[in-house]
Design a protein. Structure first.
Length: 253
């Protein structure tokens, strides 16, 4: 996956730019653990259902907010570049705490302190596309459809996904797919202000977790696409390794 631009990993595709951001754990270790002792399915309340709303925002709306959040970081401190969790608290606000993925160049383990009472939102595996230039209002519908269709190519072909929360496997993480219904202003809060704007769309698999009890928690997520006809930039077979240790309520030692 080549090419960096501004604060995210991006790759040119015709007149669009693609961002890949996903969370994956070491697949071999997951497979070994599953063979030795299959984990019990997580309780239904561990991951909130797709129809959940947090202050009026569902999975799709939160995914748009998540992408805007990544753009708030100064250059060199993008969420996917965080080596160990030292930047977890940057630009966090509101009732939902965002966690990020990696750029795919290394297997990263991060440790973060999360305030008590915060929901947690993070991608399993997902893609984002935005227009390279500002789009006039009358052209948005056609451009948006093109963005969404491009994103669906990989997300329709999810090969595998494994999620462990505190060592307990989440049942069928593929059901947590969320797509923005339309497109949103990539850099603003109002997508219908009547002016030209860079528009974006998101499609992928996400986790929305309820506030966790104080103490230490672990999140391990593994996923990969598998279209079999990967494009020249490699998004068709995207894979990463990722793990979080969360200290809810402050550091635990």
């Amino acid at each position: 996956m080549n090419g960096y631009w501004r604060h995210w990993m991006r790759t040119d595709m015709s007149n669009r730019r693609v961002i890949g951001s996903l969370l994956v754990w070491a697949g071999l270790l997951c497979a070994t653990s599953a063979i030795a002792a299959p984990p019990k399915p997580a309780a239904a309340a561990t991951v909130l259902p797709l129809n959940t709303k947090i202050e009026g925002l569902g999975y799709a709306e939160l995914s748009a907010r998540w992408w805007r959040w990544t753009d708030r970081f100064p250059g060199g401190m993008e969420p996917y570049r965080d080596p160990d969790g030292r930047w977890c608290a940057v630009a966090q606000d509101g009732p939902v705490w965002f966690l990020a993925g990696t750029d795919g160049s290394a297997n990263v383990k991060r440790r973060c302190s999360v305030p008590v009472g915060k929901h947690v939102f993070l991608p399993i595996i997902n893609l984002y596309q935005r227009t390279r230039y500002r789009i006039a209002t009358r052209q948005r519908a056609a451009e948006c459809r093109s963005l969404l269709d491009g994103l669906a190519l990989n997300n329709d072909a999810l090969r595998s996904a494994v999620v462990l929360i505190d060592g307990v496997q989440v049942t069928d993480p593929k059901r947590y797919r969320a797509r923005t219904e339309g497109c949103f202003d990539a850099f603003g809060d109002d997508e219908n202000d009547g002016t030209a704007a860079v528009i974006a769309a998101s499609d992928g698999y996400w986790l929305l977790l309820p506030p966790m009890k104080p103490g230490r928690h672990t999140l391990v997520v593994g996923a990969n696409y598998g279209r079999g006809d990967a494009d020249e930039d490699g998004y068709g077979n995207m894979v990463q390794n990722f793990e979080y240790v969360l200290d809810v309520g402050g550091p635990t030692y």
